[in-house]
Write a protein that binds this ligand. Sequence first.
Ligand SMILES: [Zn+2]
Length: 284
Amino acid sequence: MNKGPDSLVPSVYLKTGDETPWPRDKSFFYLLTGSGMFICRNNRFFHSCVPTTEWPSELAGQKPFCIVAYPKLAQRTFETVVGFFDEVARVFSSEAAVLICWNDRSGEIELVVPEQVGIVSASAAGYVSALEVEYEIPVLPAHMRLIGDIHSHVDAPAFASSTDITDEFYRPGVHLVVGRLSNEPPEFHCSVVVDGVRFKADVSIIASGYERRRPEDVPAEWFRRITTRVGNSAQSKYDKLRPDSADCSGDNQDLIAADVDDMNAAVDSSVPECLRRTTTSQDI
Ligand SMILES: [Zn+2]
C-alpha cells in the first residue's frame, strides 16, 4: 500500500530486502518489515525509523473469524465412536482417541483409530483412573487428510485440558472431547483450531446427531490398537486443571458460524463479502 500525501490512507511500505529503497520524499510513512511495523520520518534534521505497536489509525479493525464447512459424521458412526470410548473406559479405565480424516478420492469422511497408549494412574488401593492418551499421527496416504480428532475424558468433564491445548496448537481442525461417560448423553466439548487460535464450536459442526452410544457396533480391530500403562503421575490432570479455571481459557474466540447454512445470517463486517456465500455441508 502506498498512497499519496492527500489520501486518507497512510503510506505503508513493505521491506522485502536490504536493497528496498528508502522513500526520501515521504515526510511520514510506515514500514512493514520482518521485524515488525516501524514509524518512519524524513525531515530537515533527521531520518528516523522507530518500531511501533500502534497500527495506522486510518485502518479498519478486524476480528478473527473462522467459518467452517466440515463434512459431518453420520449419527450412527458418531454413536459408535462414543460406544468405543465407553468400552475402553469400562475395560481399561482409559481414555481413547479417534482421528477424523477426509478421503479426497472417495469424497467421504473416514475414521482412523491410531495405535495408542492409555496412561492411567493406580492407587495403592488398586483404584485405576485415566490420565491421558498418547498416540502418534500415523502416516496417511496422500489422498487422506486429517481434519480433526475425538478423544475421551472418561468420567471427567469435557473440556480442552492444558495437554489438549498444547497438543492441538499446531494441528488445525476440529477437536472434540467426550466426557462424563457415565451419563447418557455424555458431555461434548468442541473447538476448532487454526493457526494456533481456538474457536468455540458446537458438536453439530462435525456430528449429525446423537441419541445413544453403540458399543455393539465397534469394530474389533479398534480395540487391538489400545494398550495401557501406569503413568508416573499420581495426580490426574483433571485434579490440576478444571474447566472453570482461569488458566483453561483455551476456547477464546467465537466461531462466526457453526454451520455454513447459518453463515449468511451470522456474518458481520469482519468477514469479507466473497466468503459470505458458499456451498452447504452435507452429511456423510
Ligand atoms: Zn483431553
